[in-house]
Design a protein around this ligand. Sequence first.
Ligand code: NAD
Length: 412
Amino acid sequence: MQAFEATKMYFSRAADQLQLPEEIRTLLLTSRREVRVQVSIETDQGDLATYIGYRVQHDNARGPMKGGLRFHPDVDLDEVRSLAALMTWKTAVVNIPYGGAKGGINIDPHQLSTKELERITRKFVDQIHDVFGPRTDIPAPDMGTNAEVMAWIRNQWEKYHGFNPACVTGKPVEHYGAKGREEATGRGVGILACKLLSRLGRRPGETTVAIQGFGNVGSHAAKFLAEADFTIVAISDVSGAYYDPAGLDVARCLHYIIDHNGALDGFADADHISNEELLELDVDVLIPAAIGGVISSENVDRIQASIILEAANGPIHPTADRSLEGRGVAVLPDILANAGGVTVSYFEWVQNLQHYEWSLDRVRQELDRVLSNAFEQVWRMSQDQGISLRTAAYMLAIERVHRANLLAGLAG
Ligand code: NAD
């Protein structure tokens, strides 16, 4: 299933519940603008290389559009379109004043030199600088891009438009980036896990957790949850999963990846199992924090966790989602579970616009406030209407975007 179809399916379930007319659904699903540009550079060897860059701006009724820029060989218009729409629902569900966008270039960053990546990034900005900026559409890092790429984007954009670091977020801290941005998504997953657990009347000290993916999101979620007294029994990365039923020493795992170039490969203080086995462990909480589509109709019957937080984008296939819902598994959907990152990106933008820097404590407090409010609203709607947390989150988001469009004058 294409990513766009999955997003559309979740959208349709919520739109049915809201009894949205067909013409409103079409309006809400149609991107405002889809840009496709040629990105040609001279390689380090002096050859000519041509790539395709995309920026899809999905909806701006609630504010400037916001979304990451992805460097990956599989990037195509369908994927970027789907992720742009997902950003609209994500910013709406946490109620920050943004719409949604996404971009990408079909390159493999691991096959290119830093100089080539810089040339590609700058050429892409040359092509699209007039359609993004602090008041229209603000890019951020995504798969294959990082703070350094964001610094190039800012520098290139400012050549056309003058000083304005709010044109992009996820910048290095010394380049007007926000403190706490790096930890934000994982920390958000942790904050929301605590909220959900408390609503379900359970205690962290009696709760076991398995986390798939120990990169930026998975490792920060593990750190937060271990400090909150959860027992992390399994973690994983591309090298496989590491399991200790008595609980892993998360601080030790974090030190291990610092000493081993970000990888868990060779970690010997736990049993080595597969990533598939990790998903099927008898744990209370499962956190897929690596890639999409890992829970499907093929393995859903073997998933034993009663709580799942979608830290990755789209880790559960819609048919598996139905089955989990039928079994009463509490699934916190990606549009809320991993919204900590875009929330702190929003704080970065606010600081840039005000030329005033927040402390890390303030960033953390505000993140807690925004995510807690969103969680309570989604939880209440789900309880009041007897619907899943996913459908409630989508309904809340769609209602906000729909209302903003109505107030702006739909056909204006
Ligand atoms: P990352 O690259 O830092 O880490 C990814 C982790 O997943 C690594 O440990 C990697 O080894 C592991 N992994 C990769 N392929 C795997 C596989 N096939 N099986 C098991 N593990 C695998 O990425 P990240 O920033 O932590 O992002 C993780 C997920 O969260 C992605 O789906 C991303 O789209 C989503 N997300 C990230 C952010 C953010 O702020 N970083 C925000 C929202 C959503």
